[in-house]
Write a protein that binds this ligand. Sequence first.
Ligand code: HEC
Ligand code: HEC
Length: 219
Amino acid sequence: MKRYIVMVLGVQLLLGAGMVPGAPSSLVAFTPQIRSLIASGDPARGKDKAAGCVSCHGAQGIAENAAFPSLAGQRADYLYKQLRDYKDEKRVNPLMAAFAQPLNEEDMADIAAWYASQPLPPAKPADDDLGAATTLVRRGDGKRLIPACAACHAANGRGQAVAVPALAGQNAAHLGQTLQAYKRGTRANDVYSVMRNIARALSGEEIAQLAKYYESLGE
Ligand code: HEC
Ligand code: HEC
């Protein structure tokens, strides 16, 4: 009986975190229909629809408080996917789930187009020595099977199709926190575990340095 209760609790913890073994990490498929929906997003309509987001993500998508990620200059395909993942509870965050829940497909495409149309946050030059992070970004580490971040996020940190996010100018607190969440598996909406596998191989020190590296690249 006790073992059964422990098992049920365990399964519920997994369910609660969106981590059912074998369940897909995201329900978003970039079909031609979804791509044309995202391409049809209207920035002007999106700006109006994002009025309720300003208090945390800033009037132009640049968060004033480092506890919240900036969205300005982010790719529309990635923004759309994150909003869907919050709504589908594939990226588990009760706060953002509440904001994503009322949005329909067109709202998400419009809001994504609005933030994507804005310039990235300004660069914040770092004082620290970021040599180790620069090597990971450009070359990765073959011994630990860590691919170069730039292979996917691009040399300038602006991401690429499909839905590989821009990291340039993002606040270091968000970058560090979300890499730790991939490492722990509490963020698990990355298809094929691509980021979870990489983050698991990184040390806490490397995560902190990579976060500063990308914050230092902005507009
Ligand atoms: C009360 C503060 C708050 C409000 C209001 C808010 N958000 Fe967020 N948002 C957050 C936090 C905190 C996170 C990071 C959550 C996480 O770690 O998953 C986040 C994350 C996001 C992300 C993912 C960013 C990334 O880099 O992956 C998107 C997209 C987003 N929010 C869009 C919106 C939109 C659109 C609205 C309005 C409809 C909104 N948010 C309203 C606090 C807020
Ligand atoms: C094989 C391609 C690939 C490589 C290599 C890669 N990434 Fe990613 N990364 C992705 C994808 C795809 C996502 C979006 C996953 C999702 O939908 O949640 C992502 C998401 C992220 C995010 C979340 C961004 C946000 O706004 O929340 C961070 C931070 C990140 N990667 C950092 C890194 C770092 C640092 C490295 C190098 C050590 C790296 N990535 C290497 C593909 C890659």
